[in-house]
Design a protein around this ligand. Structure first.
Ligand code: IPM
Ligand code: MN
Length: 353
C-alpha cells in the first residue's frame, strides 16, 4: 500500500480546529482509495513563541524538509506583535523550503455565495499562480536616518531572471495541464514598474513562444485585473504574477469565490516540501467555539493530495465539498453555516464514504 508522511502544523487560533476536520476527511478518502497517510504533529505558532521566545527552531525547518507535504492551519496570535510569526514562521518556511509558487485557485462552488451580481460557477473558475520567494517580500532594503526628520525607508522588489522564469514555467505547465482555455495572463504593471515587469514581460513571451506555443499569452495591469475580477471574472483561466500583487489579488479572489471560509492555497516547491493552507488566517474571535468553516482547510487537503499524486482522491474531496456546499451549507461564513465545524467535516466525510 502506498504511504505518505505528512507534517501537520495546526498553529494558532482556529487553525487546529479546521485542521482536525481536514485530517478527518483525508483519512476517509485514504481508506477509500487504498493509501496511507502518516501524520506527524508539529507544535509551532504563537503559543509556543510566547513560551519559548522562538518562532521556529532551525531543527524544525530541517525536520519539515524531510516531508513531501505540510498541512498548515493558521499562523497569527493576538498577543504577538504583527510580523513576528508571519515572518518567523510562514515566510521563513516559504523561503527556506523554496516554495516558490503560491497556488490559489478561485472557484465558486455555488451561486448563492457569490457577491457578484449575475455571476455563477461557470464564470468564476480561475487560478492565480503567485511568485512566492521574491519581489517585495525578500526583506531587501532598510532605513537611513531612522527616527529623524530625514528618515528614509527603502523597500526593494527583487526579481531574478531565474526566480521569475521558474515561476512562469510552472504557470505555463499548469495552464497546459489544466487544459481549460489554454490562456495564461501575466498580471503586472509594465507602465510604471518598468524594470521589474520589463523582465517579467520579456521572460513571459520568450518562454511562452519557445516552449508553450499552444498557450495563449495575455497581459493585464494589476489595477485593471482587480476591475475584471469583479466585472468579467470569466475572462480568466490562469493568472501569473509577482508576490505582492499576488497577495492582493488573491484576497479579492477569495471574496469572489464566496469568502475566506472556502479559499485554499498551496505553497509549492515542485521538487521539495510543499505546504497547504486555508488562506483565511487564525480568526481569534472564533477560536474554540466550533463555528469556523473548515471547508477551506478541507480543500487545501485536496490540493495536497493532488500534489503528492493522488489525483482521484483529490477530486473526490472537491466534489464532496461542492455537493455539501450546494445542498447543505447555509452560508460559508463562520457561525452561519447551519452546522458546527465538526458537523461540516462529518458531512464531507460521509459524502465520501
Ligand atoms: C498570505 C498572507 C501572508 C502574505 C502574510 C500573513 C505574511 O497574507 O498568505 O497571503 O502576505 O503572504
Ligand atoms: Mn495575503
Amino acid at each position: 500500500m502506498k504511504s505518505y508522511d505528512i507534517a501537520v502544523m495546526g498553529g494558532d487560533g482556529t487553525g487546529p480546529e479546521v485542521t482536525r476536520e481536514n485530517i478527518k476527511v483525508l483519512e476517509v478518502v485514504a481508506a477509500k482509495f487504498d493509501f496511507k497517510l502518516n501524520f506527524t504533529d508539529f507544535d509551532l505558532g504563537g503559543e509556543r513563541y510566547l513560551k519559548t521566545n522562538e518562532a521556529l527552531p532551525d531543527s524544525a525547518v530541517e525536520d519539515l524538509r524531510k516531508f513531501p507535504a505540510i498541512l498548515l492551519g493558521a499562523i497569527g496570535h493576538p498577543d504577538v506583535k504583527p510580523g513576528i510569526l508571519e515572518k518567523g514562521i510562514l515566510l521563513r518556511l516559504r523561503f527556506e523550503l523554496e516554495q516558490y509558487i503560491n497556488l490559489r485557485p478561485v472557484r465558486l462552488y455555488d451561486e448563492r455565495f457569490c457577491p457578484l451580481k449575475d455571476k455563477g460557477p461557470d464564470d468564476i473558475d480561475f487560478v492565480v499562480v503567485r511568485e512566492n520567494n521574491e519581489g517585495l517580500y525578500t526583506g531587501s532594503g532598510g532605513f537611513v536616518f531612522k527616527g529623524t526628520p530625514h528618515e528614509i525607508a527603502v523597500q526593494e522588489s527583487i526579481n531574478t531572471r531565474r526566480g521569475v522564469e521558474r515561476c512562469l514555467r510552472y504557470a505555463f505547465e499548469y495552464t497546459r495541464k489544466r487544459n481549460k482555455d489554454k490562456t495564461l495572463t501575466l498580471c503586472g504593471k509594465t507602465n510604471v514598474l518598468t524594470y521589474a515587469f520589463d523582465l517579467w514581460e520579456r521572460a513571459f513571451h520568450e518562454v511562452g513562444k519557445k516552449d508553450f506555443p499552444e498557450i495563449k499569452r495575455e497581459y493585464a495591469h494589476v489595477d485593471a485585473t482587480t476591475m475584471w475580477f469583479v466585472k468579467n471574472p470569466e475572462w480568466f483561466d490562469v493568472i501569473v504574477t509577482d508576490n505582492m500583487f499576488g497577495d492582493i489579488i488573491t484576497d479579492l479572489g477569495a471574496m469572489v469565490q464566496g469568502g475566506m471560509g472556502i479559499a485554499a492555497g498551496g505553497n509549492i516547491n515542485p521538487e521539495g516540501t510543499s505546504m497547504f493552507e486555508p488562506i483565511g488566517g487564525s480568526a481569534p474571535k472564533y477560536t474554540g467555539q466550533g463555528v469556523i468553516n473548515p471547508l477551506a482547510a478541507i480543500v487545501s487537503g485536496a490540493m495536497m493530495l493532488e500534489y503528492i499524486g493522488e489525483s482521484e482522491a483529490a477530486t473526490t474531496i472537491e466534489n464532496a465539498v461542492i455537493k455539501i456546499t450546494r445542498e447543505k451549507i447555509k452560508s460559508l461564513a463562520a457561525r452561519k453555516m447551519g452546522y458546527s465545524t465538526s458537523e461540516v467535516g462529518d458531512l464531507v466525510a460521509s459524502e465520501i464514504s
